[in-house]
Write a protein that binds this ligand. Structure first.
Ligand code: PXL
Length: 269
């Protein structure tokens, strides 16, 4: 049996809904072997982020080295990278090991507003990560921070996509969840064509982990060797189902449902 392998370089969410926990659960749902390099540990629940504890830089480097020297991932994603220095180090190892199928989810702020990436790190993200990215998957606030474009219209979002493409990403997906529309449209751009992935908005407070899970699903599909067009389309179906069947745990923003796609779409349980 051929085993497809995916690696996530991200932070831990003790609440289990976002971060590496979301990534691993998603990889598993797609039948992909998941690996993790931790950048930071967050103390977190559905109410918010209570603390952020970075892994020492040497520990970050050693994890990357351990993976790179032994288990070649078919696709890699980055989530919470904590700081400019960490971004620069991760980019160095991605280049060194030739991890070319790279999904960059430019995580900046947790649901509820806690900062997961300092402002000083924006420049490092643009300088080191974007040129390596096969695809970058910002939400609207992240795309605004990276491009300086205020995204209040469809044209503005298209302009931001062009800027991110020109900064080095092969594909750009600017997700539309933060736009207040009845349908959620995610804009995809590959330097030639722009198209939208559209589905109906789900009105729910249980959306924690949406961004991490979407980008992890794209990563899993790329690890399988799917085209980017198919990867983003299937990831959209996966995330839509996960949001529609969000999990009501805790008293704040509950997580989305990582097993909904398999159980509801495929096993009817
Ligand atoms: O969803 C962004 C995100 C990424 N990584 C970690 C997080 C969060 C949001 O809470 O906790 C570790």
């Amino acid at each position: 049996m051929k085993v497809c392998k995916a690696l996530t370089v991200a932070g831990s969410d003790s609440g289990g809904g976002a971060g590496i926990q979301a990534d691993l659960k998603t990889f598993q749902e797609f039948g992909v072997y998941g690996m993790t390099v931790l950048t930071a540990v967050t103390a977190q629940n559905t109410m918010g982020v209570q603390g952020v504890y970075p892994v020492p830089l040497a520990g970050l480097e050693e994890q990357l080295t351990s993976i790179g020297n032994d288990i070649k991932p078919d696709a890699v994603k980055t989530g919470m990278l904590f700081s400019g220095e960490y971004i620069e180090r991760v980019a160095y190892f991605v280049g060194k090991f030739g991890w070319s199928s790279l999904v960059v989810d430019p995580v900046m702020v947790a649901k509820g507003g806690a900062t997961l990436l300092g402002n000083e790190a924006l420049e490092a993200m643009k300088k080191y990560m974007l040129p390596l990215a096969k695809v970058i998957t910002p939400n609207i606030p992240e795309a605004e921070a990276l491009t300086g474009v205020e995204i209040t219209s469809d044209e503005a979002r298209r302009e931001a996509a062009l800027i991110l493409f020109n900064a080095g990403a092969d594909y750009v997906v600017i997700k539309g969840g933060h736009m207040e529309e009845e349908f959620v449209s995610d804009l995809v751009y590959n330097g030639v064509e722009m198209w939208e992935l559209v589905d109906k908005r789900v009105y729910t407070k249980n959306t924690h982990g949406t961004g991490c899970t979407f980008s992890a699903a794209v990563t899993a599909e790329l690890a399988y060797g799917k085209t980017m067009e198919n990867a983003v389309r299937n990831a959209k179906t996966f995330i839509q189902t996960a949001i529609e069947h969000g999990i009501d745990v805790g008293s704040g923003h509950g997580p989305i449902n990582h097993f909904a796609y398999r159980r509801i779409l495929h096993e009817q349980r």
